[in-house]
Design a protein around this ligand. Structure first.
Ligand code: 17E
Ligand code: FE2
Length: 411
């Protein structure tokens, strides 16, 4: 298969991508637009990118909003309570059905790499067992990384440490945590030491829900970053949310940034989720409740966007469209300057791939898997402005999704 008339990011002109045996075999600069041959895919002078990357979602909780009760306060903490009610009812089949349905939504929006946090604070580990099967069954659509995520705590949940260790033995890829939810600061700190020890021993990645609260005293990020720095594990560690940073004073934050840069850790922000869940204890002025996305990026650190939820106890909306999350993120984080708009796709492609440590399995280059998405716009700026959609998603050289252009009629 050849893709002709492709616009590539960071490259001038049009290109032909030649795909053989599921691999990108050649990338050729065209002199001018060409007429496609029969077996060619015509990108029609639109952007062809590597797939969108979803670095942070909870597939085990997706599509459960309102079951059995809705989150009426809109807080993270009521979300965790509502989920505990639903968690008592989950079954293997119910988890698989919802996860597959949600993966279908991600596919429809050009996502092929996904990191999902799976709640392991459940003595049966039913959701994890189900998600390990889903990972295998969904292989033709997405690559799935599974985080062992202790939703109700490692230290403050009964047998929390044992459940984490068991989840890793069962095959979870990434070690998670939730230090700001542990009962005490000490427990938060010891939970981070425990999870970093576990990851180091097993050679695994780390992704911690870290400081997901407007409380400016929630300072577990410094603990995580120092653990990562001193063990030389920074590249393998992600700090998700870190929204308390939006409430830290500048004097502390400037000191913190020195450590963060030295640590080399990655950051994941979830703008729709955080603008919804945070600021809930404020009247006015009301905080935005996001981490310092622009500042982290400007400091040369890696930060990406994720959607976190799709219709779950924490967030009632969502449909898999990561470009919508990008749109909201650029607005809420004050990143609408021309330079940011011109490179906005970084936050849902390359930066996510880096956080997930996808390495040379990701990107448009000769010899890499032919995982490609055609958008219906010509550059990052227009993608954002026009609410572009994925027109085609290609995985290992096969078309897995094709969307017809919108059709309007006028009198
Ligand atoms: N669990 C959590 O602790 N935080 C979230 N944002 C979600 C689940 C969605
Ligand atoms: Fe999350």
């Amino acid at each position: 298969m050849n893709i002709v008339n492709a616009v590539l990011r960071h490259q001038n002109g049009l290109h032909t991508l030649r795909i053989k045996d599921g691999i990108i075999a050649a990338i050729e600069r065209q002199e001018a637009p060409v007429v496609p041959e029969n077996s060619d895919v015509d990108a029609e002078c639109n952007l062809v990118i590597p797939p969108l990357v979803e670095p942070h979602i909870h597939l085990d909780a997706a599509l459960t909003a309102g079951e059995p009760e809705w989150n009426m306060s809109g807080t993270l903490f009521e979300g965790i309570e509502r989920w505990a009610q639903r968690k008592a009812l989950i079954t293997h089949d119910d988890t698989k059905r919802r996860a597959h349905e949600t993966i279908g939504m991600l596919r429809d929006h050009g996502i092929q790499h996904v990191r999902t946090h799976v709640d392991v604070t459940d003595p049966s580990l039913a959701a994890l067992k189900a998600m390990l099967e889903v990972k295998d069954e969904a292989r033709d659509l997405i690559d799935l990384q599974i985080v062992a995520f202790p939703q109700e705590g490692i230290e403050s949940f009964q047998d929390g440490r044992k459940l984490m260790a068991r989840a890793i033995d069962m095959g979870a890829d990434v070690v998670g945590g939730i230090p700001h939810f542990e009962y005490t600061r000490d427990q938060g700190v010891s939970s981070i030491k425990f999870l970093m020890d576990l990851a180091e021993r097993k050679g695994l990645l780390v992704d911690v829900h870290c400081d997901e609260t407007d409380d400016p005293q929630s300072r577990f990020l410094e603990v995580l970053a120092e653990e990562a720095r001193s063990r030389g594990m920074g590249k393998h560690v992600s700090a998700s949310h870190t929204v308390a940073m939006g409430s830290y004073d500048n004097a502390y934050c400037s000191k913190l940034f020195r450590l963060l840069k030295h640590s080399g850790i990655n950051f994941v922000a979830c703008p729709t989720e955080s603008i919804h869940l945070q600021g809930r204890f404020d009247t006015y002025p009301k905080r935005r409740g996001l981490t310092r996305v622009a500042e982290i990026d400007r400091a040369g650190m890696n930060i990406c966007f994720g959607q976190d939820s799709i219709k779950d106890p924490w967030y009632p909306l969502g449909n898999g469209n990561l470009l919508h999350i990008l749109d909201v993120g650029m607005h809420v984080c004050h990143m609408m300057g021309y330079e940011d708009l011109q490179r906005s796709l970084d936050f849902v492609t390359d930066n996510g791939a880096k956080a997930m440590n996808l390495g040379d399995r990701y990107g448009i280059a000769i010899g890499r898997p032919a995982n490609l998405v055609i958008l219906d716009a010509e550059n990052d700026y227009e993608v954002l402005r026009c609410h572009a959609k994925a027109r085609m998603s290609i995985r290992n050289g096969s078309i897995i999704m094709r969307r017809s252009p919108e059709h309007l009629e006028y009198n």
